[in-house]
Design a protein around this ligand. Structure first.
Ligand SMILES: Cc1ncc(COP(=O)(O)O)c(C=O)c1O
Length: 419
């Protein structure tokens, strides 16, 4: 090594990270000049975590009622997932898809078996899975359905959240997510969520797919009427277009079933998974689909250097083994009833409404009591982490490993900050 400057810089930065001694307050202040301000985090600096609990720099403990927006469905550092990660770190971490590796087939087999679908396209983040699905749906429309070149449309729902890329924000209905980021990708039609008649009138011979969230998470845990998902399935089949279910947040046990579409026994043509698939350790996402659909991709037409890497596949496989036991889905269903009862008791006492499915709830706060952000800050002071959305809503999505006692204490804290 002749470039001693680089060497010294590397040594210095390693020394800084190994000896971080700043307080929470100092670390928060230090972020402002060096980090993009695209988030407005609650003022807590987490340094350690285990199960349902996180600990800040000063050693204060908090009950995590957000679980990384469902990326931590199995809690922080689940022993089986940590063990799978360690084992894989000792063997092989990355090959790129230029070569085969020994963990990928098993991961895809498990994923297909769990979802009742046939083929897997592994990616990393949720947004990448959505982008991939958009590309696959368009190609399927041209090659299989026979839509004229560059005419394919995809129908999406008002209030959607599918990620942050330029194409995805092109069909967002949230002005904050869009403003300043045009020009936008064409080819999307937006209809009201939970409205089959509107969907029917938006679908035509150019429609490649209908893309919806079976439960709209970011919108505030908005649950469609019973029969909506069945209706979307029947309508898309009749219209000869694909049904893409974005279960990146709703999937993998959160709602009390493996998938939110399972509540209506519906199987989409393409299923998008992410977040919890990486066990809260690495970003792992996937498009899972019928063979006829994913077969439209050939070599060189799509890919990702890190997609399906050995570490991700090993951790993803361990996640799927946990889900195969059914334990987490059962816990979400049973404790979901406790959560539902607890929130029902708060209706009219600071809560103007709520929507809950499994261990997942959007709680609308009476504006007279405070904003969603203010309630989140008051809960932080009580040792409970949640996140607000859309001004007046607080989202609850604890790890599915939470105990009934812990859930009770979170509900007690919510009762306290609302009174
Ligand atoms: C339904 C849904 N789709 C896609 C995404 C995007 O995932 P990521 O942040 O991993 O890109 C999210 C993230 O919240 C989501 O909730």
């Amino acid at each position: 090594m002749t470039d001693t400057g680089t060497d010294t810089a590397a040594t210095t930065s390693a020394t800084v990270s190994a000896s971080e001694t700043r307080s929470s307050e100092q670390l928060i202040r230090a972020e402002a000049p060096v980090l993009a301000h695209n988030y407005h985090p609650l003022p807590v600096v987490v340094a350690r975590a285990e199960g349902t609990w996180v600990e800040d720099v000063e050693g204060r403990r908090y009950l995590d009622m957000l679980a990384g927006y469902s990326a931590l469905n199995f809690g922080h550092r689940h022993p089986a997932l940590i063990e799978a990660a360690h084992r894989q770190l000792d063997e092989l971490t990355l090959t790129s898809r230029a070569f085969h590796h020994d963990r990928l087939a098993g991961f895809a087999e498990r994923l297909a078996a769990l979802t009742g679908l046939e083929m897997v396209l592994p990616m990393n983040t949720g947004a990448e899975a959505v982008e991939s699905a958009v590309k696959v749906a368009r190609k399927w429309a041209y090659e299989v359905k026979g839509v004229s070149p560059d005419r394919a449309t995809i129908v999406v729902a008002d209030g959607n959240f599918h990620g942050r890329t330029t194409t995805i924000v092109s069909f967002s209905t949230d002005e904050t997510a869009r403003a300043g980021f045009g020009p936008f990708t064409p080819g999307f039609r937006v209809v009201p969520y939970n409205d089959l008649a509107a969907l029917e009138s938006a679908v035509d011979e150019t429609t490649a797919a209908v893309l919806i969230e079976p439960v709209q998470g970011e919108a505030g845990v908005v649950i469609p009427d019973d029969g909506y998902l069945t209706g979307v399935r029947e309508l898309t089949r009749r219209a000869g277009c694909l049904f893409i279910a974005d279960e990146i947040q709703s999937g993998l046990g959160r709602t009390g079933r493996t998938l939110a579409v399972d509540h209506e026994g519906v199987v989409p043509d393409m299923l998008l998974l992410g977040k919890a698939l990486g066990g809260g350790i690495v970003p792992v996402s996937a498009v899972v689909a019928r063979r006829e659909v994913l077969s439209v991709l050939g070599p060189g037409e799509h890919g990702s250097t890190f997609g399906g890497n050995p570490l991700s596949a090993a951790i993803g496989s361990a996640v799927l083994d946990l889900l195969a036991t059914g334990e987490f889905q059962r816990r979400a269903a049973e404790l979901g009833e406790v959560l539902d009862r607890g929130l029902a008791a708060l209706a009219g006492s600071g809560v103007t409404g709520y929507r809950a499915r499994g261990l997942w709830a959007g709680v609308d706060i009476d504006p007279a009591i405070g904003t969603g952000r203010e309630i989140s800050e008051r809960l932080l002071a009580e040792g409970v982490l949640v996140k607000d959305t859309h001004g007046s809503t607080v989202r609850l999505a604890p790890p599915l490993t939470i105990t009934e006692e812990e859930l009770g204490s979170a509900l007690a804290a919510l009762t306290k900050v609302l009174s």
